[in-house]
Design a binder for this molecule. Structure first.
Ligand code: PEP
Ligand code: MG
Length: 903
């Protein structure tokens, strides 16, 4: 028979901490604490299965439930030595929700259940505190009428006319009439009178009596909590957090204890270690003569728990350690016991009722990235946890925080974002806004810190992007040009903030009726995609000395290799410092962006705009030394580690200059008129460049372009080895659909290899010849393609674009709505969509390895640095992932997590 109700208290419990699915997080941990002999007010938990039953059976309960609740209630009465509904010694209970994972504030709670005309006199007698009793009673009426009689009953009051608001106003009127500042000044007779008037108002507004029967109150509370699982707030929270609707919530009914019974009573919240720094110090806040919600509500400044917790705001207030030393000592012992038992930092709630300590909750505490790292390493040293657990304790995303300056969390808490975009580049930045790349460069030269604000960015903006401390665009997606470039540099960047009206001519950006002009300060949180007005404080990324030790532990546990996407020797060196084990993607076209790129960019443009093979060959010959030099320097920086060099995949239109002076210069160099050049530029225009003349298609129509690159790669590698340096290039062909495309290019590669070997007088230049898989057709025909390709690298940016039919560069227009409305849970350009793109990856690997056993497989799309996608790459048996330098540590840790969790 199914057991629906689990009891706890008095040193024992039916359930335990492993039963979170059944008892919810709160119920499971209350049971565990009770079994450990920690003082928790006795109570019982109605399981999540009751919730499921309730919704499966038109909001009714299983038959046995009533009897089980009665039995459990009797046990509580026994343990607490008081009786529910008793006229002499009444027991009061709380009714609270508790889902598997915490949904803070999203569901309902009713406190003080059991107060009624029969029990009130008894409680007054027992406590000798009439004021306290009527205060508890008026709180019960407020909570119950709101939660049970209004919300759970589906009553939808007009704006501002909710019963809770009406009763609050009555309370305020009394305070105003008496000239009171706080609720605490209300006297017993005033509260008694107020409670009576509350009941009348409830009857008038809701057409029903406030129930005077304790059992009716109890079942009303239970029903309201179950009903709140499907309240608006809870549903939208579940959407955001990805919590399934069918989990259901448990309901915890627990004996009330009161922290507001006078000066020997108190309530508080604490963390067993400091959640901000990770320091192993008991950390918390408390209030004398108060209820739990008073601490969290922030109306009164809470006292520090101890010296370690005191700060400028609370230093003048007595600590619990000083005010109630014995109780503090007991609490401290419980802290030690909980940590020794749960092997993790706990977030606890406690109440002291007339000198007696009660624990109301314990759960694993949330923490910052820095704290997570410090705590994990401390607990390892304390032998509280093993190495695998240590590695699992830090979430890969949390490393972000350790590697970049971030917006001060305290400053962010009080600021309201003015706009939201996609979180394209990590960390935080604040600075003066400018609207052109050239201004960004000029202002930076004057020593200013600037944010570059653009509708969208293109290669001409790169200098300015480099100079700016942060980048903000109105359009574009996570794999748009600005995002790729910014992430590569580890630069703070927000793209696709569509609500911004950016006017580059007037040099203004407007949002919600506010206009910000050139030179005004804004702040970006690139990790969350939030834009703030003004300059918020920043916190510096202090390279934690323990970071390296921690990463060594992680590395020892992972199977996936981690490479980087880098296109310059500087980025390559940075990535190696972050632990990269090779380059997984050298995008040749990126050498035409940024510092020192003027001349090669001009030559590239000349090549693109050439009208004949001769012209093109001429431009390519001029370009060759630049390309070779760049490749050589990057290969040298990697000192023998594999370097995957991708043939040019330029979006041609992006490289056609727009500025008239540049067009003129180009026309002159080509010996043609401006009109002729304009015509050629028009011919290059494509309606759908993402599916146009790009990648290998360029090499098929203009073999000389591929030839130049093969030569540059092989000569660079050959020369390096002649100079005594190890190198290992992997030549990668992009945007491949067909094996025949690869074969076509391979003929050229082989010929060039032969020629370069002859020139350098060597028998062979070791290298691999492989392909990107970024088109669904290539995945599906991977068995064929692998007959030629010696390695695959999944280009999941394009693969996602082609699979969803979402343009990488245009998703800013609709992705925010898709996410807001829950049409998509996550942006598929950030997190690999396992059902579609993931399936194509799996098929590609399987079929590729069916014709070439041991085919080397990696990923170089942006997903290669995203933790859940890295997990997926591990699961499908890739050899490596590749990501931008700043994400290398994140990928290393994610790979370790995947290996620990999936073997
Ligand atoms: C990809 O498509 O995933 C990829 C890495 O190539 P790019 O982003 O340069 O198109
Ligand atoms: Mg691509």
């Amino acid at each position: 028979m199914t057991k629906y109700v689990y009891s706890f208290g008095g040193g024992s419990a039916d359930g335990n901490a492993d039963q979170k699915n059944l008892l919810g997080g709160k119920g499971a941990n209350l049971a565990e604490m009770a079994s450990l002999g920690i003082p928790v007010p006795a109570g019982f938990t109605l399981t999540t299965e009751v919730c499921t039953w309730y919704y499966d059976h038109e909001r009714s309960y299983p038959e046995e439930l009533q009897r089980e609740v009665q039995t459990a209630l009797a046990a509580v009465e026994q343990t607490m030595g008081a009786r529910f509904g008793d006229a002499v010694d009444p027991l009061l209970v709380s009714v609270r929700s508790g889902a598997r994972s915490s949904m803070p504030g999203m569901m309902e709670t009713v406190l003080n259940v059991g107060l009624c005309s029969t029990t009130i006199p008894g409680l007054v007698q027992k406590t000798g505190n009439e004021r306290f009793v009527y205060d508890a009673y008026r709180r019960l009426i407020m909570m119950y009428s709101d939660v049970v009689m209004e919300k759970a009953a589906g009553v939808e009051p007009a704006e501002g006319q909710g019963i809770r608001q009406q009763l609050d106003r009555m309370l305020d009127e009394v305070k105003k009439a008496k000239g009171y500042q706080s609720d605490a000044e209300l006297t017993a007779p005033e509260l008694k009178d107020l409670a009576a008037r509350f009941r009348t108002r409830v009857r008038e507004v809701l057409g029903q009596e406030f129930p005077d029967d304790p059992l009716e109150q109890l079942w009303g509370g239970i029903g309201a909590v179950f009903a709140s699982w499907n309240g608006k707030r809870a549903i939208s929270y579940r959407r955001i957090e990805g919590i399934p609707d069918d989990w259901g919530t448990a309901v915890n009914v627990q004996a009330m204890v009161f922290g507001n019974m006078g000066d020997t009573s108190a309530t508080g919240v604490a963390f067993t270690r400091n959640p901000a720094t990770g320091d192993s110090q008991f950390y918390g806040e408390w209030l004398v003569n108060a209820q739990g919600e008073d601490v969290v509500a922030g109306i009164r400044t809470p006292n520090p728990l101890n010296d370690a917790t005191s700060n400028d705001q609370n230093r003048h207030l007595p600590s619990l350690e000083k005010a109630m030393p014995d109780t503090y000592r007991t609490l401290h012992d419980i802290r030690d016991k909980l940590e020794a038992h749960f092997h993790d930092m706990q977030d606890i709630e406690f109440t002291i009722q007339e000198g007696r300590l009660w624990m109301l909750q314990t759960r694993t505490g949330k923490r910052t990235g820095t704290a997570a790292l410090n705590m994990a390493m401390d607990m390892l040293a304390e032998k509280l946890i093993d190495e695998r657990t240590t590695v699992l304790r830090v979430k890969p995303e949390q490393l972000d925080e350790l590697l970049h300056p971030i917006v001060s969390p305290a400053a962010e808490q009080t600021a309201k974002p003015i706009a939201k975009g996609l979180p394209a580049g990590p960390g935080g930045a604040s600075g003066q806004i400018v609207f052109s790349a050239s201004d960004a460069v000029a202002w930076t030269k004057q020593g200013k810190r600037v944010l570059l604000v653009r509708e969208e960015t293109n290669p001409e903006d790169v200098e300015g992007m480099r100079a700016a401390v942060g980048i903000l665009t109105g359009r574009g997606g996570m794999t748009s040009h600005a995002a790729l470039v910014a992430r590569g540099w580890g630069k703070c960047c927000i793209v696709g903030a569509g609500m911004l009206e950016i006017d580059a001519h007037k040099k203004t950006v407007s949002v919600s009726g506010q206009t910000y002009r050139e030179g005004d300060a804004l702040t970006l949180n690139g990790t969350r995609g939030l834009v703030y007005a003004g300059a918020l404080a920043m916190v510096d990324s202090t390279e934690n000395p323990r970071f390296q030790d921690f990463m060594r532990l992680a590395d020892a546990l992972r199977r996936l290799k981690v490479r980087t996407n880098a296109d310059t020797p500087e980025d390559a060196a940075k990535a190696r410092a972050f632990g990269a084990e090779g380059i997984g993607l050298f995008r040749t076209e990126h050498m035409f962006y940024g510092k020192g790129s003027e001349e090669p960019l001009f030559l590239l443009r000349k090549m693109i705009m050439s009208g004949t093979v001769e012209e093109r060959r001429h431009a390519l010959t001029e370009l060759f030394p630049f390309v070779k030099k760049d490749m050589k320097a990057t290969m040298a920086a990697m000192e023998g580690l594999p370097v995957t060099i991708r043939l040019l995949d330029p979006p041609l239109h992006e490289f056609v200059p727009n500025r008239p002076d540049e067009r003129e210069k180009l026309a002159k160099a080509l010996g043609i008129t401006a009109e002729q050049l304009n015509r050629r530029a028009e011919e290059l225009h494509e309606n759908n460049p993402m599916m146009g003349h790009r990648g290998v298609r360029l090499g098929i129509t203009f073999p000389e372009i591929s030839e130049m690159q093969f030569r540059a790669i092989l000569e660079a590698a050959g020369e390096l080895s002649r100079e005594g340096q190890k190198t290992f290039p992997e030549i990668m062909v992009p945007v491949v659909d067909l094996k025949s495309e690869l074969d076509d290019q391979l003929v050229i590669a082989k010929r060039v290899h032969h020629e370069v070997c002859e020139k350098l007088g060597v028998a062979e230049i070791p290298h691999l010849y492989g392909t990107m898989i970024e088109i669904p057709r290539a995945s599906l025909t991977a068995a064929e393609i692998a007959k030629t390709a010696e390695f695959f690298s999944f280009g999941t940016n394009d693969l996602t674009q082609m699979t969803f039919g979402f343009s990488r560069d245009d998703i800013g227009g609709f992705m925010p709505d898709y996410l807001d409305k829950g049409i998509l849970k996550v942006d598929p350009f950030q997190v690999i969509d396992r059902d579609s793109v993931g399936e194509l990856v799996r098929i590609g690997i399987e079929r590729g390895r069916s014709t070439r056993a041991g085919l080397k497989v990696g990923i170089c799309g942006e997903h290669g640095g995203e933790p859940s996608s890295v997990e997926f790459c591990h699961q499908v048996g890739m050899d490596y992932v590749s990501c931008s330098p700043f994400r290398v540590p994140i990928a290393r840790l994610a790979a370790a997590h995947a290996a620990i969790q999936h073997g």
